[in-house]
Design a protein around this ligand. Structure first.
Ligand code: C2E
Ligand code: MG
Ligand code: MG
Length: 747
């Protein structure tokens, strides 16, 4: 994985973690706030219930004196008490009060605070019961007496002053029974009855603070389960509040089941809210999952894109960009660690041939298999890269000495010796390897690549299928040749800079143009016009002649098919005949251009016949069988014998210009030329003399019976347009006598 895809992974993780953290914080804060708000609301509700209990209690306490006064402010009450009318007292003051209003205990005290009547729960009790409560009630009783005495001081009748007076408190009776106690004076209700200060009866009502009080308050104020106990009864459900008397002493506890509206609301709505939260969480999780998947897909396509940018699509091994990057890095590391490395450049020797003969799919397969063979040879740390076409490179790490680098180079050469089986055909390619070892510490990647390239060039120059260690920079001549080779490659690839000129060949007796020889020219961008002599040899040496030859043939045929020229002659290098499909290629060009076979002449050299190869014989035979003529160029300079001529079958001999140049000057040469012409006639071959520059040469050749003449005297090689003009002029003047000289160009 690349560093950028790692970043993407951590980004998607970061987003996931951040989202989880945010969701957690959000849910926690919502829950926290909700909990806070709920407990706040519930606390307030509990406080309200506590207040309600107090209010309820004080309402009961306030009601006591009002209820007492309904009978205690009454003339009849004073009169009947003075008369000690017991039944009346029971029916109207004591028992009645207890049973009618539910006062738990009622006492009536005389002016000396002695109980004249004691009632408990509506039933008369004996006076002893008051003795038990006396101490608890004494402070109230004496307090009221003092108030009354003070209010009625100096008046004969106390009625007006004490009416409405009274005291009340929460008291604790014997047996720790808390009770609300109210003490009121019993006073006349009219002026009809007089009452001297200090003679008043007192009415005491007690209401026990017990379960019945708790139930009454609970009912009225809706406090659930309100109970009164002497000790606090709290648990998970109940809470308790203490009841204090006037002296702030705890006299008991009210306890109840508090209402918690918020808690109840939460409990009631929990399923709905929980469901909502679950759905939201699910949605968030799905969204995050989607985000993860999207970013994973993004990571994968990013990784694929960056893989494609740095790898060769055919073989999957590193491409030139990655190779250069690794080489740079390796050199940088090397400066730190001091370890050695070697660079190998590998070029497949006959790749183009395989591509041409077996087709491009087979060529692709060959490249893939070659990459595999290379990868199998190197260590895991080493890099095998495809630089383009049939060129590979290996960066070899941990090179102990030069020998180990050369050893790998030789292994590579050996690995390409066995043929490849491609779609049922055996393809033999072979590999040339150039090796260089990074020697000094500040060698650059460019230096190394140049050195490996030079070594590779030398390996190819020395006959291919070999490994060459970089021995030193190239000398100027080699470098120049190499540069020219590069230029020729690109000229051929672009189809620019190369063109053909045509040198007419004349009939000796008619003086008319009978044909023309196509000659290639190269307009080099820097060097100007180059003669074939300076690049045909190079093309042959560097394996470009096949491509160049086919280009010339195609050009010449396309020209001839449009021209009135009777035939065109094209030079073929002996190396072109090594291609077993040469004849087929020629036929294909004829088919493509539409030129008749009999309008094509192919010039071969004696060297080709000397090979005496059955394949060459067969190719020549096939060409001739089609009607293409074969001319033997530069005849006389080689070593061909009559038997070679007979074996191969040739249609025409072209006497080399070195002989023509000596005609008339050297009797021996004249004899040789004459015998060549005789030989041609004897073997039914035409004869052309090349390099005719003088009138003497022309006349001598004519006299010797030479059929055709070619040379500067008659015409120089011409651009197609000029040749066309010459042919046109010749047709126009055909009726007049045309001398060869009149047709000559300034060329
Ligand atoms: P060649 O096939 O013998 O071609 C004749 C050469 O002699 C041409 O030189 C031509 O310009 C030159 N020549 C013609 N008449 C005279 C004359 O009166 N005096 C002198 N001194 N020279 C004359 P060019 O064009 O420089 O070609 C040189 C050679 O290059 C050719 O010799 C041929 O072997 C080779 N060549 C040219 N074009 C091609 C090509 O397309 N394919 C191959 N394979 N070889 C080619
Ligand atoms: Mg020629
Ligand atoms: Mg020649």
């Amino acid at each position: 994985m690349t560093s950028s895809s790692l970043q993407t992974t951590s980004l998607s993780k970061q987003i996931t973690y951040l989202s989880f953290a945010l969701a957690t914080v959000l849910i926690a804060s919502l829950a926290g706030f909700g909990w806070w708000a709920a407990s706040n609301i519930d606390d307030r509700s509990i406080a309200r219930e506590a207040r309600a209990v107090n209010v309820g209690l004080s309402e009961i306490a306030q009601r006591l004196p009002v209820e007492q006064d309904s009978a205690a402010i009454w003339d009849d009450a004073v009169i009947n008490l003075r008369a000690n009318n017991r039944p009346w007292i029971a029916d109207n003051l004591a028992e009645w009060m207890s049973s009618y209003f539910g006062h738990d205990r009622v006492y009536i005290l005389d002016a000396q605070n002695r109980p004249v009547r004691a009632v408990e729960k509506g039933v008369a009790a004996d006076g002893l019961i008051y003795d038990q409560d006396r101490n608890a009630l004494a402070p109230l009783v004496s307090g009221l007496r003092k108030q009354m005495a003070a209010a009625a001081q100096g008046v004969p009748d106390s009625t007006e002053a004490v009416t409405g007076m009274g005291v009340r408190d929460l008291v604790v009776l014997a047996g720790d029974m808390p009770a609300l106690a109210s003490v009121r004076p019993i006073v006349p209700s009219s002026d009809a009855v007089q009452q001297a200060p200090g003679s008043e009866f007192l009415h005491i009502s007690l209401r026990f603070v017990d379960q019945s009080v708790a139930e009454e308050i609970g009912r009225k104020f809706e406090v659930h389960g309100l109970a009164f106990e002497s000790t606090a009864q709290t648990n998970d459900e109940r809470i308790a509040a203490p009841l204090l008397n006037a002296q702030n002493r705890i006299v008991g506890f009210f306890s109840w089941v508090p209402q918690e509206p918020a808690y109840e609301l939460i409990r009631d709505t929990a399923p709905v809210i929980g469901g909502g939260v679950a759905i939201a969480a699910l949605a968030v999780i799905m969204l995050l999952g989607r985000l993860r998947r999207t970013s994973t897909m993004l990571e994968i396509s990013k990784a694929q894109a960056s893989f494609l940018a740095f790898h060769d699509s055919l073989t999957g091994i590193p491409n030139r960009a990655l190779f250069e990057d690794r080489l740079d890095q390796a050199l940088a590391n090397r400066r730190r660690t001091g370890s050695r490395l070697a660079l190998h450049y590998i070029d497949l020797d006959r790749f183009k041939h395989v591509n041409d003969t077996l087709g491009h799919p087979a060529g692709d397969e060959l490249i893939r298999r070659s990459a595999k063979r290379l990868a199998a040879l190197v260590d895991e740390v080493d890099t095998v890269a495809r630089l383009g076409g049939d060129e590979f490179a290996v960066i070899q790490f941990e090179v102990t000495d030069i020998q180990s680098a050369v050893a790998l180079g030789q292994e590579i050469v050996a690995a390409f010796e066995p043929p490849f089986d491609l779609a049922g055909s055996e393809a033999r390619v072979g590999a040339s390897v150039g090796v260089t070892v990074a020697s000094d510490s500040d060698v650059t990647a460019e230096d190394l690549m140049r050195q490996a390239d030079i070594a590779l060039y030398e390996a190819k120059d020395n006959g291919r299928a070999r490994c060459q260690l970089f021995a030193g920079e190239l000398d100027d001549a080699v470098r120049e040749k190499r540069a020219l080779e590069m230029d020729l490659r690109s000229a051929l690839a672009a189809g620019s800079g190369l063109h053909l000129v045509y040198q007419p060949i004349f009939g000796t007796h008619s003086g008319a143009v009978v044909g023309a020889e196509a000659l290639v020219r190269w307009e080099h961008q820097e060097r100007g016009r180059l003669s074939p002599a300076s690049f045909i040899g190079l093309a042959e040496e560097r394996g470009l002649i096949g491509q160049l030859g086919m280009w010339v043939l195609g050009e010449a045929c396309s020209y001839a098919v449009k021209s009135q020229l009777p035939w065109v002659a094209v030079n073929a290098s002996p190396l072109q005949f090594r291609d077993e499909r040469f004849a087929d290629r020629v036929f294909q060009i004829l088919a493509e251009t539409g030129l008749e076979a009999k309008r094509l002449e192919i010039e071969i050299t004696e060297g080709l016949l000397l090979q005496n190869s059955p394949m060459v014989q067969e190719t020549l035979m096939r060409l001739r069988a089609r009607g293409i003529r074969i001319a033997l160029d530069d005849f006389g300079t080689g070593y061909s014998s009559i038997s070679y001529l007979r074996n191969h079958g040739v249609d025409k001999l072209k006497i080399d210009q070195s002989f023509t140049a000596q005609l008339g000057k050297n009797g021996e040469i004249d004899g040789i030329v004459r015998s060549i012409i005789d030989l041609g006639r004897a073997m039914h071959m035409g004869v052309t003399a090349e390099g005719v520059e003088t009138e003497t040469q022309r006349q001598l050749l004519g006299a010797m019976g030479c059929d055709q003449l070619q040379g500067y005297l008659l015409a120089r090689p011409l651009p197609p347009m000029e040749l066309e003009a010459m042919l046109l002029a010749a047709t126009a003047g055909a009726t007049e006598t045309t001398s060869p000289r009149s047709a000559a160009s300034a060329g």
